[in-house]
Design a protein around this ligand. Structure first.
Ligand code: NAG
Ligand code: NAG
Ligand code: NAG
Ligand code: NAG
Length: 634
């Protein structure tokens, strides 16, 4: 950028000094020599017979001095002049001239002996005149022609400039790590133009304001903040950029140290604690500093790991979003779900950020308060609350991220959860024989409680809470619809007790018991065609009602020879019908528990023969032919 001093990285004092110099002072102070820009190489055979030169091709035969002509602090309409020396760098005499360029403001006057050769090591002196019309920047360039090349010498006239009187260096107060210090400086515009500028720097420094405008003579406060995350010396440049193009660099320096703040313990052994109960232990964070310090408990050992894990979460989230988009591409009807899902993802993310702070509050070991500030001369007390959910050993390391300490302070916590000491008052119940369909109730006394399920067992209550030292009666009901022996383990699950308690029930499910008051039906000799009836009683000796059916297998299945008076008729109707000869009353029925029923069995013989049959009893739900009673007749 035109007008920028040759040395680009200037400090405020160098800039101020340069800007306040007169054109002559500036010239007197500029001693840097830079090779000019070569515009064109010429054919030397046209101009000279010394076609060889010792000067490198990337350098012109003549070196201009100064390398750049700078006019500054000028007044319009006055004329200023600067000498331009062109030094012959070659070992032979060479010619040089300055091409006259059209310019209202710049004018070059050559030496008296213009056109003659310049001896090696000597220089031709030109004078450049500058007559400005306004107080502003001017740019121009002179073109010098030697026997070998044309090169350019820039001229610039620096108009009014703003100058902010920054110091060259800002030294910030020593800062405890992860805290911040600041320094404010009043800067004034001591230049002769309005200042429009920007200020920028890099961490751990920051600056306010980041941009501003200052009229000539006005001042404003500029504050530099120092917020180091690591101990040691820190330095950065504060870049002041003027809208006229100049950059000025101000050095920022700060030292960062740790303060004496620590936990009173780095290991805590908690009391053994019963599941569902809580124990509390206190740890202290002891200050030794005179400033308030912020702290926060976390499960991440370092900022790096924290950042990594959040990054990983973010990646997962992006993958999920990509998956959804892909899904929407393949199934456009899914698109309406997208806003919904992205909202769900957002919630998930904010939850993750929350978890980062409250990570501890979800676990069995919590710290309260999880974040806050310790005031000077105070000790922060933290309650480590241990609420085990299982009977096991818990061990966890948590970290206190506190300002004033670079690394997070670890605290290892160990605790043991104790399960409830629950006992059953018996662990085996022999139920012996149980009638099918019967309901049996048993009382289980538990010295603390909770329950589980068995196939035919039901419980009351199914679950509950047993205060320590108390007992709870659990009613176990057994109701079976199938026969057979069984041995069933009932498991009692106790919250916090790793192994369930086992209570074994065993027994045998049997059918109803019953009997008749006779051992056989003996009709003896019966007359053909004359009905004869025997009466007996069916006793139910069980505690459940019984539904029965009675029949005589082998009896005729055809038309019933009900009465002997009908006999002749029926005989003539169907002799080959093989009619039923036995009539049972009732053929089926139900006997209440501990009850009886009277059974009538009538034989109306239809054949001349000896009867050796039986009355059989079927019992519903149990089986057929559970009992047989022999029938004899002739
Ligand atoms: C920090 O707090 C403790 C406890 O209140 C106090 O004894 C100590 O003096 C404080 N530290 C300093 C440096 O004042
Ligand atoms: C801390 O305590 C010390 C001793 O009691 C006292 O001299 C000092 O002023 C206190 N500092 C603050 C910031 O309160
Ligand atoms: C069986 O019971 C029936 C009806 O109650 C009765 O008539 C009969 O005498 C009883 N028989 C015997 C052997 O007790
Ligand atoms: C074994 C038993 O108690 N059986 C009973 C069946 O029912 C009759 C009638 O009520 C009783 O007399 C029996 O004692």
């Amino acid at each position: 950028i035109a007008g920028v001093p040759v040395c680009l990285q200037v400090t405020p004092s160098v800039y101020t000094q340069e800007m306040l110099q007169s054109t002559e002072e500036r010239l007197a102070n500029s001693n840097e020599v830079q090779p000019p820009r070569i515009l064109e190489l010429l054919d030397m055979s046209m101009t000279t017979h010394h076609k060889l030169s010792l000067v490198d091709m990337d350098q012109p035969l003549f070196q201009p001095f100064p390398s750049e002509l700078v006019f500054q602090n000028f007044t319009p309409t006055q004329t200023y002049k600067l000498p331009l020396l062109l030094l012959n760098n070659d070992k032979v005499s060479r010619q040089v001239k300055v091409e006259q360029q059209d310019s209202e403001y710049f004018h070059v006057v050559g030496p008296e002996d213009a056109g003659s050769k310049v001896a090696p090591g000597l220089s031709a002196t030109f004078t450049v005149y500058f007559t400005p019309q306004e107080n502003k920047d001017y740019h121009h360039s002179l073109v010098c022609v030697t026997e070998r090349e044309r090169f350019e010498v820039p001229i610039c006239a620096i108009g009014p400039r703003a100058i902010l009187d920054f110091r060259d260096e800002f030294h910030l107060p020593v800062c405890p790590v992860k805290t911040s210090t600041q320094r404010t400086h009043l800067v004034r515009n001591i230049g002769n133009s309005e200042a429009k500028f920007t200020l920028s720097t890099q961490r751990p420094f920051s600056v306010t304001p980041s941009a501003g405008t200052l009229e000539v003579g006005e001042g404003m406060q500029v504050t530099v903040d120092f917020n180091p995350m690591t101990i040691g010396d820190h330095s950065q440049d504060l870049l002041l950029h003027y809208h006229t193009g100049e950059d000025v660099y101000i050095g920022l320096y700060g030292a960062c140290e740790e303060v004496n703040i620590q936990l009173d313990h780095d290991f805590v052994l908690l009391q053994k604690t019963y599941v569902s109960l809580a124990s509390v232990h206190t740890v202290s964070l002891i200050n030794s500093s005179g400033i308030p310090l912020k702290y926060c408990w976390t499960t991440w050992p370092s900022l790096q790991e924290e950042a990594l894990s959040l990054l990983r979460f973010k990646e997962e989230e992006e993958e999920e979003t990509e998956r959804l988009l892909y899904q929407c591409e393949s199934d456009p009807t899914e698109i309406h779900r997208l806003p919904l899902l992205s909202r769900a993802l957002q919630e998930l993310r904010s939850q993750a950020v929350k978890d980062h702070l409250l990570a501890l509050s979800h676990s069995c070991i919590t710290v309260e308060p999880a974040e806050g500030e310790i005031w000077p001369n105070m000790t922060a007390q933290f309650s480590i609350v241990f609420k085990p959910e299982e009977a096991k050993v818990y061990q966890q390391t948590i970290y206190c991220d506190v300002a004033g300490r670079e690394s997070r302070l670890p605290l290892t916590i160990k605790g043991e959860g104790l399960g409830p000491k629950l006992q059953l008052n018996y662990d085996l119940m022999d139920m012996k024989n149980i009638f099918i369909g019967d309901k049996d109730n048993y009382e289980v006394r538990l010295v603390n409680s909770d329950t589980t399920f068995g196939r035919c067992f039901s419980f009351s209550p199914e679950e509950g809470v047993v205060p320590s030292g108390a007992s709870q009666i659990v009613m176990v009901t057994f109701h079976s619809r199938v026969l057979g022996t069984f041995s069933e383990d009932l498991l009692l699950t106790v919250t916090g007790q790793p192994q369930p308690l086992t209570l074994t029930f065993r027994g045998c499910v049997i059918g109803p018991t019953f009997h008749f008051n006779i051992s056989e039906f003996n009709f003896g000799d019966v007359a053909f065609g004359f009905p004869q009836t025997l009466i007996c009683t069916l006793f139910n000796t069980s505690f459940v009602p019984m539904t029965f059916a009675l029949r005589v297998p082998g009896d005729g299945s055809g038309f019933h020879s009900m009465t002997c008076s009908n006999w002749q008729g029926s005989n003539t109707r169907d002799l080959r019908a093989n009619p039923a000869e036995f009539t049972i009353s009732p053929t089926a029925g139900s006997v209440r528990a501990m009850s009886d029923v009277t059974i009538k069995l009538m034989l109306c013989s239809n054949t001349v023969k000896r009867y050796r049959l039986a009355l059989v009893v079927d019992v519903e739900g149990v089986g057929e032919e559970i009992m047989t009673v022999p029938i004899n007749a002739r």
